[in-house]
Design a protein around this ligand. Sequence first.
Ligand code: ZN
Ligand code: ZN
Ligand code: FE
Length: 764
Amino acid sequence: MLITVGEHTRMRVVIRGAVQGVGFRPFVYRLANELQLRGWVSNTSQGVFIEVEGDRETLNNFLCRVQSEKPPRSFIQSLEHSFLDPLHYTSFQINESDEAGERTTIILPDIATCSECLREVFDRANRRYLYPFTNCTNCGPRFSIIESLPYDRCNTSMKKFEMCPECRREYDDPSDRRFHAQPNACPVCGPYLELWDEQGTILATGNTALDRAAEALRTGRCVGVKGIGGFHLMVDAESDDAVRRLRKRKHREEKPFALLFPGIESVKEACRVSEMEEHLLLSPESPIVLLTHREQTTVAPSVAPGNPYLGVMLPYSPLHHILMREMNAPLVATSGNLSDEPICIDEHEATRRLQGVADLFLVHNRPIVRHVDDSIVRIALERELVLRRARGYAPLPIPIREKGDRTVVAVGAHLKNTIAMNAGKNVFISQHIGDLETAESYDAFNRVIADFQSLFQKTPDDIVCDVHPEYLSTKYARQQYSRIHTVQHHYAHVAACMMENELDGKLLGVSWDGTGYGLDGTIWGGEFLQTTETSFERVAAFRTFRLPGGDLAIREPRRAALGLLVEAFGESVYDQSDISPMKDFEERELAVIRQMLEKKIHSPLTSSVGRLFDAVASIAGVRQIVRHEGQAAMELEFALPESPIDDCYDVSIIESPVPQPRWIVDWSPMAVQLLNDVRRKIPLPIITSKFHNMLVESIIQVAERIGENRIVLTGGCFQNKYLLEKTICRLREEGFTPYWHQRIPPNDGGISSGQIFAFLRSQR
Ligand code: ZN
Ligand code: ZN
Ligand code: FE
């Protein structure tokens, strides 16, 4: 709805793989000239870098043709692209390689099986027929098997497998597709499968193990499958019973499960798939793509209850290809862990940690060196929006313009933790680690920090963490370094978005999420931050309300709702027992909460938009208690009507007596109208539209008062596709220039990279 066809933008493309010395530069030069695009191409040891400017349609066309018409001997292992402000190039040039300055080693992510290897795997006459560990120089595991650099077989977890003469010949032959393919293997010399029972007793080996696992899956059993970056728990996605059983065992009540489909055709039967989405599903990165599912599908309703999206991926290793050909039906393929712990990578550990969850384990003897979850990506405004950055993406760097002279490690946030480290003009972001709530995830966090330092052979000069004194990551930083640097959470979100969009200087950052420690000791989350050359000012924020019970209010939207209503209407709300949330509490509970609010004990103040979503969801009767993070907000998003409605609740922007924040976004006019609508039984799609539109208009109204043209949209709330797209559309209508995330997650997975950029800015 929002694509301006004539829009002139710059596209940056970074291609890694077999692209050196195969005529890639002249090919790009010819293609760019044919399409009359301006910019440049350069070929470095780090890959081919391209920048082209033109209208969106031509740029998309360029991107497709680069991949479909590339020189015959070239191979693309990873292609990252993002859209940036135009620099108005006047011609297209081949730039000489810029190898001056610091050269940091690039470690490739794990790459989905290439078409040539796939052909061999299903060719009866081939010696690798149905061999689950087939790979070549162009595909296969990388990041998940590297122990140290340089990337040679002896430094990978393949070192224990001695190549047979035939594999050795391939490996030594420069004209072979497997020349120096470090994980090269075959059925004679390489890793093999085993099927284990719950105790770890071997039931079968080789492809018999795989066949028996498939058989078990068909009869509704749960199999723990050791893949590339860790274990999956798999069950038949068409069996509601099997899926429900897995939910119960995994203690995962309603959070959607990801699905593994046998092929693109079967995905299209279950979901609507755009051209871009199809491309992404079949890419070397092979992420989980969020797709809208069709009304009539064979996928069990318990896979993603009440959710219009399915997280879908295609097989990305020969093991998955063979298994899915055998199954010929979608499987649930969720991370092999309990709740939010890190994913299991070792088979012995799996039988212990996943005991009682998986009935059987399909394992192999190629060790996984580090955990790498599946990445999650959605398409918004015809651009990729990475929501979880791991397999296929990590640890590729995000380039920055200026070279920092200090090495900094950033330890990220508390939830959806990642860490980041800079080296020269690159910022390396770790794979998704998870919520730092359990001993297991804290161990993983420690491991990844140590891992990054040894892989990139850097000892950081500085450490950056959140301002929250109680975060485990902050405590870690304190223990390790005598001097730490702190960055406020919402400013880190803004800085992350600035970094990947190559922005600097003064602009307005809209940073909305569930929670983050504010500089005034309250919980922030509805922030408008104006950046300065080196830091930021909090120019506007949402009106605060209390969260009775603190963290409990995150699980119970009804508490946020009560806090909000008491703030808006005072004590009188307790008499309105006919509506939510008052009617959803037991009398005793309500009395306790009332006490808390009156005495202001254990009831922190918040300006969070995430909690505002919760409050509205509760008052509208959508949800009083959530089963997973962000559930109430997601349900309000999912209740939006198919064709958008422009109606809007009122919002007022009040000038405050204090300098920071100078403006307060007051939601109380909305609260009045919302209660009225609920009483008049106005349908939910209208209520939620009016609420979303109110949020969008609040951005426009604040932006008009601040007077910055460039507006950065960041924070977990901007995972909401409607909120993101509508805000961009309205900002453009009013003459502003909006920016949002592409390669770095808008959620707390982006905090670590933002901490690095914020630190670099502060050092000027
Ligand atoms: Zn291959
Ligand atoms: Zn071999
Ligand atoms: Fe956040």
